[in-house]
Structures are given as C-alpha cells and as structure tokens.
Design a protein around this ligand. Sequence first.
Ligand SMILES: NC(=O)c1ccc[n+]([C@@H]2O[C@H](COP(=O)([O-])OP(=O)(O)OC[C@H]3O[C@@H](n4cnc5c(N)ncnc54)[C@H](OP(=O)(O)O)[C@@H]3O)[C@@H](O)[C@H]2O)c1
Length: 506
Amino acid sequence: MKPDGNDIHSEPWKDEALFCHDLPTEPVQDVGLVLVTGATGYIGGRLVPELLARGYRVRVMVRQEHPVHRQLWPGAEIVIADALAIESLEAALEGVSVAYYLIHSMLLGRKEFVRADRQAASNFQRVAEEKGVRRIIYLGGLGDIRGTLSHHLRSRTEVASELGGGSVPVTILRAAIIIGSGSASYEILKDLVGKVPIMPVPSFGRTRCQPIAVRDVIKYLVGVLETPETNGKTFDIGGDDILTYEEMAKIMGEVLRKRRFFFPVYFGNLDFYSYLASLLTPVPAPITRCLMEGIRNEVICLDNSIKLHIPLNAISFRTAIVRAFNREEQDRVRTRWSDAYPPAHKLAMKLHELEEGPNYSARYSIDTGKDISKLFRSICRIGGNEGWFHQNWMWRLRGTMDRVLWGVGSARGRRQSGGLEENDVIDFWRVENLQRDRRLLLRSELRLPGKAWLEFTIEPAGQRHRLSITAHYYTKRRLGRLYWYIFLPFHDNIFKGLLKQIEERS
Ligand SMILES: NC(=O)c1ccc[n+]([C@@H]2O[C@H](COP(=O)([O-])OP(=O)(O)OC[C@H]3O[C@@H](n4cnc5c(N)ncnc54)[C@H](OP(=O)(O)O)[C@@H]3O)[C@@H](O)[C@H]2O)c1
C-alpha cells in the first residue's frame, strides 16, 4: 500500500531524479522503522534518499555526527553508533524492524579490514536479535564460494555468515563490481583507460565478471524490502552483460573515444598491477589492492531468481558508464568512494582537538576590495580539475611523491568542481570546517612526519577584506621539524601566488 499524501507530493518516489522511480514494486506501509547502516558510504548515501522519498520511516546510523547529515537526509532520525562498540548498537537498533547492513571497513587496509568486518557483523547480529529486529538486508560480494576466493570476497561471505548466524532472517544480495559515478571500480577503469594508450593484459584480464549499475543495485535493495517473499533468501544481482576486464576496458575506450592497444603479457603479479593502478588512478593503494585481489575470481550470477521477484530491465555496462560520465559532466555526483572515512583513523584528528595547538604556523595575507562572496566562491573552487591556481605543478609533484609512498596523492580530485561540503575530499586534503564567506579549513591526508592543515579566512579590514592563508603544522618528531623547515621557503611563493589568483578569479 502507498503512503498517504496529496497530488504532486503523493508519489514522490516517481521523481525521475530518483533511481527507483520506475521500480516495479510499490512502497509498503507497515514496514516499521528502517535502519540504514553505512549511510555515509557509497551505497548507503544513495539508498537513504530513495527510502525517504518512498515514505519510509528511516533511522540512519553514523559513527560521527555532522550538521551536513541533517541537510542530506531531512526527515531521517540520526543515531550515532559504531558496530565495533557493541553497547552503542543497543540504541541504534531499539525499535527497528528492518536493518540494512552496508558496513564495510576496506579503508582500514588488507590486514585490518577482515577482522573488523567480521567483528562488526557479529556484534550487529547479536544486538539485532536481542532487540527483536525482524529482518536484515545485506549487500555483499559475488563469487563462487566453492573456489578459492580473494581475502576481500571471502570477507564479504564471512560477514553474510555472521549476520545469518542467529534467528533474524537475512536477505543477502551479492553483487560484482558496481558501476556508477563516484564508484571506485568505475574510476579505476576510467583513469587507466584514459591514461594508458598501450595496455598490457595479464591473464587475469580475461576473467569474466558481471558488473551492475549503481542505480540497479539501489533498486534491488529497495525492491527486496517491498517484496516480503525475499526475506531470509540469498540472491545474485548483476547487469545484463558478462564481460572480461579486457572487454570492459575496450568499451570504456570506445566511450572515451580513445584508441587503445591491448596486448597479452605473462607477468601477472597483482601487487605490481594494483600499485601501478594506485599511482595512475585516484583510488589509493589499500582500496585498489583489495579490489584487484578479487580480479582472478570469476564473479558472475549463478542464480537469477531475483528477476522473478523484481523484474528489472537492467542497464547495460555501456549505458552505466555513459550515465556516470553525464553525472560527472553535470557536476552531480551524489556519493563517491572517498566519502566514507573512519573517524578513528589516525588522519582524522581535527585542528581544534590538538591539546597544545599546532607548534608551527605561517600566515600569508592580502587586503582586497573584492566582494566577500565572490572571494569565498573562488576559494571553494581550488583543486580537482581546476588545479591550485598557481604553481600547480608543485602541488601535483607533492601529490605524486605521496602516491609513490602509497599515500592518497592528489589524483583523488574532488567530487564536484562547484559545491563543497565538510568531509569532501580535495586532492590530498579533506574539508574539516567550512563557514560560508568566512573560513575553509582543510586537513592534510598526505603521508607526513606530522599533521598539517591549510586554513583560508576572509576577515573585515577597514573598508576592505583581509584574505589569508595559514599553514598549520604539528609534529613532535625531529624528522617532522626538518620537513617543516625544508618546505617553508616554498610556502612563501606558493601561498602568495595563490592569494593573488584567488583575488583575480573573484
Ligand atoms: N561499492 C562497490 O563497488 C561494491 C561492490 C559490491 C558490493 N559492495 C558491498 O556494498 C556494501 C557497501 O559498500 P560501499 O561501497 O557503500 O562501502 P563504503 O563506501 O566503503 O562505506 C562503508 C560504510 O561503512 C561504515 N562503517 C565502517 N566501519 C563501521 C563501523 N565499525 N561501524 C559503523 N559503520 C561503519 C562507514 O562509515 P564511516 O563513514 O564512519 O567510515 C561507511 O558508511 C559492502 O558490503 C560492499 O561489500 C560494494
């Protein structure tokens, strides 16, 4: 049954901008409270607006509260919990009927994520059972469990077993690579094909895979909620094409209108290729390594029974990439792989959390008569495709040095070239604080012998405005101090030039 409403708002889920507007299932009214975990992640971030538009009562579980969450999900209840801290799950699962489990800790790296994901799923299952949750819906990975699976794919099946280890029925959806704007797999493929004219194809390039468009994934996630017969069952979900990675790269080349030459090679060391991919694409090494580990496993749907319950016209691989391009061109990427960020990560410490404050700071300013909003808008356009306005090569070189050292480098770019929100990535920075027309604070995610921030401020200065850039740095190490003094002479030239460029572009 459809939720009540009137006229244009009565069927908001039919809005064309939403992925589920043409879903063959209909919203169900008596579902109760729906919990979405992993909502700050790539899939969760797209699922929540769809559920809200379809009239569901949604509670979103995040590890860290942020004002931007209220803007992103108006009408949703927000609860703070960490699946690794079992006691915090009690409040999150209180009164919940259905829980989406979209938690994944890949950013912790190969050594850590398997253990963390298993523990998180086991905690979640225990508390869900205690709290009388009626249903869990989990999105995991495809892969034939009879074969030898990669760490990553095996971990996805372990999570499924942990979640299903109690009395709460679990619907498991198993997907191969997900293609959509902002997805890590899509960005790796696009950047590799875009940058490498002659492509070596190791034997694993001929492994078959069944990619799926992100919009189809969201439709299935919502569709199973609206189809009670899917409760407690496992389904493989995939697009209509079964392709090798080489074929996918060729299609990508055609869409990019780039002539690419492919030749077979016998050297198939995965560490080497994933490191190379991390250097050439925006996706950092811990993620490329985890994703590429699974490349030797054939990931195709072994069972298509989902189509009996949710008969979708799946989007082809080619259409999925064309749509992803369009989204990027329109600057309308909703979520990106770089959005998820563990708050306990060593790089997550905020400037105001430093007890003694930064021990090094250098400030550069100019006074200007330019309009304050225009100045702030120019500041907010730095990085990504626009570059750093002045001495861009130096920023790029710094990013490349970081990449070589397995860091994030500058290739991550940014999600949108216009809008900026807290927690957004700008090359090797993350937005820590954004106060419209006053302040932009960026936190460095470079591999450094210390912690660094870059602060842009606009303050009144008589009849004019003072535009400033302050570099903050904190270290207790000798190498850290040496690093500061080595780079200090470059700051003067880079930041003064940047200030001038911001003023000119305003
Ligand atoms: N994306 C793909 O291409 C793809 C393909 C196939 C299957 N899948 C499956 O889809 C699911 C979701 O993937 P995704 O790509 O959306 O992942 P993602 O972007 O990496 O997001 C992971 C989410 O998990 C949260 N999280 C991590 N550890 C947590 C903890 N201890 N407690 C609470 N929350 C925690 C993160 O929150 P923070 O922001 O706080 O870190 C983030 O919201 C996964 O099971 C994945 O295997 C994804």
